[in-house]
Write a protein that binds this ligand. Sequence first.
Ligand code: ZN
Length: 189
Amino acid sequence: MSDSPVVDTIIEQNVTPIEREDASPVMEPAFDPFSLLTVMKKNSRYVAVINTNVAAGQLIEKSTFVITPYRVNEPDRRASVLANNFPALPCACDTCKIMGPSIVVPSGNMMLIQHSRKSNIKILFDSTNAMINLYASSDLKKGDELFINYMDLYPEDELSQEDHFSDIPSMQNMDLDKRVMEELYNAKL
Ligand SMILES: [Zn+2]
């Protein structure tokens, strides 16, 4: 058993991790990990606070992400456990409206931020680069606790889903999760 429930799930399912080795590796600049978060303990639970004063609209955290094969509304306990802890890929296609959006696992500090309907963070997906960028949605003072609302990402209508992408994928193909997955596969991220 590892420390990670996600890794344990992968081990249980006997999924071989993908190894990527290219004959002639090409190194190019991608991104510097970026975070303005400090992790504190509040009543012995991890919470994230902002470590500097920021203005509304300022970038506070960058994550990469992977899309899991689980959807939010699946009648599988593993899906509900994941859905309680991880964000979802915003998409308003018919499948996502019924089965729920695909659950994604972000890197970085994103999952240490407490959930609240009164969020002070705007979540923006950059599907081209497989990034999730978090922005302050109001002015914040150093030490302010951060709150995030993953329910914002669940399907309502097509237009509200566009709001969650910085590189709005073409609305001609409404199945955003399939599209993003194809892009990730093609980019071999
Ligand atoms: Zn969809």
